[in-house]
Design a protein around this ligand. Structure first.
Ligand code: ATP
Ligand code: MG
Length: 180
C-alpha cells in the first residue's frame, strides 16, 4: 500500500486545484518558507479524518478553507482527495485503488466519500484503522514534534510505535483478557 495522489481544492493556501503525485518509497516536498509544505501534510491528516483543528494548526476547522488574499476572494469550501494504491490489499476493501475525499463547507456541513460514494466519517476511520494512518496517528510528526518524540520516556516511545503499527488495540485486548 502506498499513497498515490493528493488533490487539494480550496484547502488552506491551495485556492486552485493542485495535485501531487507520490511514488513508492521516500517522497520529498521542497519549497521556500510559507509556500505550503506543511499545508500539504495538514491536508493528508485532514482527509484521513483529523477532527482537531489545533492539530491542523488552526483555531477552528473552517480555518482549513482558503481565506483569500489581496487579489483573490475567500472560498466557500475546502476539498481534499487522497488516492491510495491498494494492490497489496492492505485496506479491507476490494479495490486496487481507493480514493477517499473530504469536503468542508464554510456554512458548516461536511461530506466524506470513498471512491466517489458518500460515506460517514466512521467508514473512513474504519477503512484506515490497522494501517497506522488515520485517527490519532503518530505517523505524522509535525515541525517541533520531533523533540516531543525524542524526549519521550521509553514507555511513551513504545506506545507511539505500537500505535503506528496498529498493535495497541491487541495489547489492550490482551491486558483485558489477562485481568479476567
Ligand atoms: P515553512 O518552511 O516555514 O515550514 P511551509 O512551506 O510549511 O513553510 P505552510 O505552513 O504550509 O508553509 O504555509 C503557510 C502559508 O499558508 C501562510 O502563508 C498562510 O497564510 C497560508 N495559509 C494557511 N491557511 C490558509 C488559509 N485558510 N487560506 C489562505 N492561506 C492560508
Ligand atoms: Mg512547514
Amino acid at each position: 500500500m502506498h499513497l498515490k495522489q493528493l488533490t487539494l481544492r480550496g484547502f488552506k493556501s491551495f485556492a486552485t486545484a493542485t495535485t501531487l503525485t507520490f511514488e513508492p518509497g521516500i517522497n520529498c516536498v521542497v519549497g521556500p518558507n510559507g509556500s505550503g509544505k506543511s499545508n500539504v501534510v495538514d491536508a493528508l491528516a485532514w482527509v484521513m479524518g483529523e477532527q482537531v483543528a489545533k492539530t491542523l494548526r488552526g483555531g477552528s476547522m473552517a480555518d482549513v478553507i482558503f481565506a483569500g488574499t489581496a487579489n483573490r476572494p475567500a472560498l466557500g469550501r475546502a476539498e481534499v482527495s487522497l488516492t491510495i494504491d491498494n494492490s497489496d490489499g492492505a485496506l479491507p476493501i476490494s479495490y486496487t485503488e481507493v480514493t477517499i475525499s473530504r469536503t468542508l463547507f464554510r456554512s458548516g456541513g461536511s461530506e466524506y466519500a470513498i471512491n466517489g460514494s458518500p460515506v460517514r466519517l466512521l467508514d473512513i476511520q474504519e477503512l484506515l484503522s490497522d494501517t497506522g494512518m488515520g485517527r490519532e496517528m503518530h505517523v505524522i510528526v509535525g515541525q517541533g514534534r520531533l523533540d516531543a518524540v525524542l524526549q519521550a520516556t521509553p514507555e511513551e516511545r513504545r506506545s507511539f510505535i505500537e500505535e503506528a503499527a496498529g498493535v495497541l488495540k491487541h495489547r489492550r485486548r490482551k491486558e483485558k483478557a489477562l485481568r479476567k
